[in-house]
Ligand binder design. Structure first.
Ligand code: KG4
Ligand code: ZN
Length: 349
């Protein structure tokens, strides 16, 4: 029986390694953030990401085992994110995972990063556990720098894409706006902080596709409108209106996300939902989602920040369940930039 796995996540810019045990118990999760390396370029530079992963991954493997107080004999399998993501980044995690699996004689399983995000709210540690009665089926709003999608998770491994952004991810919309305001990259968290005390009605930003009777969203119109507005103001005006600009822009994103999640609840009748991905760290999204869930009697689980942003624990749990179901990947497993046919139903590949 596979009880404990070591998981490696290198799909984008964060390197993360975790030890995860049966039931989703996180024994350790250690990560190396690369923000400082990419921020001078205002976005992720794939080659730099890959090079940093190759420096970070093995030391993090040692650290994850140490901080879990585990030795190799206590590890029953190796999990790795092999899709979707930046190819140069995925390769580093894959090569490491395959070598470890071979050297240690352990089974290997490649996992879809997005399945990790969907499973993140079900992780457990001494300081976090989802409610006892929370289970499938649930709706999952995965909202990050690269993805903004609503899934219907009917059971483990069975996920249907209900809808999502037709253009930019919500995190990207946050980051581009922050960059135009001179707040650096990634700027979502800065927009969040500067929104505090701002008037969210000061500027009327578009809410793309909010009225359409589907689960799709669009953030490119919002982004363009934000750029236009910033371009029409001088530096002193931007500084003076900073809080109002951030609060109004943030409100537009939060409203679209919650309106579509609400539509998913109405259409499916499922009253259990999770919100995960880096943007679920947003304090206004958390606040309004919480109010919404109470009003609409939806059981909502938003995991703590450490499981919202990219991390290997979420991937480890998905991989552990797959290994326990008897699934195995070949050592020829390759990386893929996108999800694969069969990963999600209703997916537009
Ligand atoms: O999931 P994640 O760590 O990485 C991927 O994109 O997969 O998400 C990163 C995104 C970035 O766009 C970042 O600006 C955004 O999450 N983000 C936030 C906040 N914290 C992180 N956006 C809005 N408010 C925040 N507090
Ligand atoms: Zn992610």
């Amino acid at each position: 029986m596979i009880q404990t796995v070591l998981a490696i996540e290198t799909s984008c810019d964060d390197t993360s390694v975790a030890v995860v045990a049966d039931g989703g118990w996180v024994r350790s999760v250690v990560s190396a953030n690369q923000d400082l390396a990419h921020s001078p370029f205002g976005g992720i530079v794939p080659e730099i990401a890959g090079r940093n992963h190759s420096v970070n991954t093995l030391p993090l493997v040692d650290q994850a085992l140490k901080s879990a107080n585990h030795v190799w004999d206590q590890i029953d399998g190796i999990v790795v994110t092999n899709r979707p993501g930046l190819i140069g980044s995925l390769i580093v995690g894959l090569v490491t995972a395959k070598s470890l699996a071979q050297v240690r004689g352990l089974p290997l399983i490649g996992v879809n990063h997005l399945e990790g995000h969907i499973m993140a709210p079900l992780l457990k540690d001494p300081n976090y556990q989802p409610p006892n009665d929370f289970d499938f089926p649930f709706l999952a709003l995965v909202v990050s720098g690269g993805h903004t999608t609503i899934y219907l998770a009917s059971s483990f491994g069975k996920y249907e894409v209900l809808g999502g952004t037709r253009d930019d991810a919500a995190g990207e919309a946050f980051d581009k706006f922050a960059k135009a305001l001179g707040l650096g990259w990634p700027g979502g968290v800065k927009v969040d902080q500067l929104s505090k005390g701002g008037n969210s009605k000061a500027f009327d930003f578009p809410r793309g596709m909010i009225k359409e009777d589907n689960f799709d969203m669009s953030f490119s119109g919002l982004k363009a409108s934000g750029m236009r507005l910033i371009g029409s103001l001088n530096a002193a005006e931007v500084a003076e209106k900073m809080s109002d600009l951030c609060a109004s822009y943030q409100e537009a994103i939060v409203e679209v996300l919650l309106a579509k999640l609400e539509k998913a609840v109405q259409k499916t009748g499922i009253r259990h939902a999770v919100i995960t991905g880096g943007v679920s760290a947003n304090s206004r999204l958390r606040e309004r989602a919480e109010q919404w869930s109470v009003q609409k009697k939806v059981q909502l689980v938003v995991p703590p920040l450490r499981y919202c942003t990219d991390n290997a624990a979420m991937v480890g749990f998905a991989g552990l369940l797959r290994l326990q179901n008897g699934e195995r990947s070949e050592l020829s497993l390759g990386p893929a930039p996108s999800s694969l046919a069969g990963d999600f139903q209703g997916m537009d590949l």
